[in-house]
Design a protein around this ligand. Structure first.
Ligand code: UDP
Length: 321
């Protein structure tokens, strides 16, 4: 396959590029490096460019005949999206529309799209299956939800087929520590907790201790980056073999509170984690846990690294590396 990975220099995208390249597929990464890192692209061809640059997209699609696009490019921080929604609507919606236009103009009709548990908003029940009502409570989730509707309409009108994968919390690193989570600034719990453990950060702030959960902190479903990428491979195979559009929730089905994550970080690192308790972060639902029964049933997806301890061990090896 010849695959375009939009956002292939980012955390999830770079692991996907490496996996596709290792399996012998031709991969082109398109990334503006606004959030990603050139050195994270460990295989294939790298093209620096922005989804806001229609001429660059035209050139990219003119020069390559892609079988499919895997679309990771976008802004991803819930808290920032509340403070600066314009950035999110511009990057995640305008950027995606430009990418879809280029695909249509060049007859590329398959996309695997990165969506999120944030499209569900405050859950009415957990674990969250695909039938759960969708009502995002932050601009980040809203941009992903709207994109899902766009993809549905583009399939009906233009025959552009897509698989949408709604990630819960992507975490961990490549088991050989060649790649891992890297954001600047880092906002995610596991890397920040590891940095607090190793002394790179003076302390970790826990955002909110008054949620309606057993220990008062938010519960999330952490999924290993490699397991997430495996699901994208299955999605590509499905689309290439003429499968119809689908949307799946993707997580391990096991929720951990912020305090429980900190406990596992202490165990894995053998160090203490200095913690400060702060107010809630805007836009955070109390509990997000996936019901991923559907993708397991349809495609036989099954996580290799479901244990939180393994996820954090790999993240720790990467942090130290
Ligand atoms: N969190 C926290 N302190 C931090 C970063 C995150 O308490 O410094 C919490 C956050 O409020 C959420 C959970 O950890 O409940 C996971 O947050 P993260 O940003 O890693 O992922 P998200 O759930 O936003 O995708």
């Amino acid at each position: 396959m010849k695959i375009l990975v939009a956002g292939g220099a980012g955390y999830i995208g770079s692991h996907m590029v490496r996996m596709l390249d290792t399996l012998g597929h031709a991969v082109v990464t398109f990334d503006d490096l606004s959030a990603g890192f050139r050195e994270a692209v460990l295989g294939g061809v790298f093209v620096q460019g922005s989804l806001h640059d229609k001429a660059a997209l035209k050139e990219l699609f003119g020069a390559n005949q892609f079988d499919a696009v895997v679309h990771f490019a976008g802004s991803i921080a819930v808290g920032e999206s509340v403070r600066d929604p314009a950035k999110y609507y511009q990057n995640n919606l305008t950027g995606t529309l430009n990418l879809l236009d280029a695909m249509r103009e060049h007859g590329v009709n398959k996309m695997v799209f990165s969506s999120t548990a944030a499209i569900f908003g405050n859950p009415q029940y957990v674990p969250i299956d695909e039938a759960h009502p969708q009502a995002p409570i932050n601009p980040y989730g809203m941009t992903k939800w709207v994109t899902e509707q766009i993809l549905r309409d583009y399939d009906a009108a233009y025959g552009l087929r897509s698989v949408t994968l709604r990630y819960f919390n992507a975490a961990g690193a490549a088991p050989d520590a060649a790649l891992g989570e890297r954001h600047d600034p880092e906002t995610h719990l596991i890397p920040l907790a590891l940095r607090a453990a190793s002394g790179k950060l003076p302390e970790l702030t826990v955002f909110g201790t008054d949620y309606d959960t057993p220990d008062g902190t938010c519960i999330r479903d952490y999924i290993h980056i490699v397991d997430l990428c495996e699901a994208h491979l299955l999605a590509l195979q499905h689309l290439i073999s003429a499968g119809e559009s689908r949307a799946y929730n993707l997580g391990n089905g096991q929720g951990y509170s912020v305090k429980e994550v900190i406990e596992v970080v202490k165990k894995v690192t053998g160090m203490s984690v200095p913690v400060k308790y702060g107010p809630r972060r805007a836009g955070d639902p109390p509990r997000l846990v996936a019901d991923a029964t559907q993708i397991r049933k349809d495609w036989g997806w099954s996580p290799k690294y479901a244990a939180l301890e393994t996820i954090i061990e790999h993240a720790w090896q990467w942090e130290r590396h």
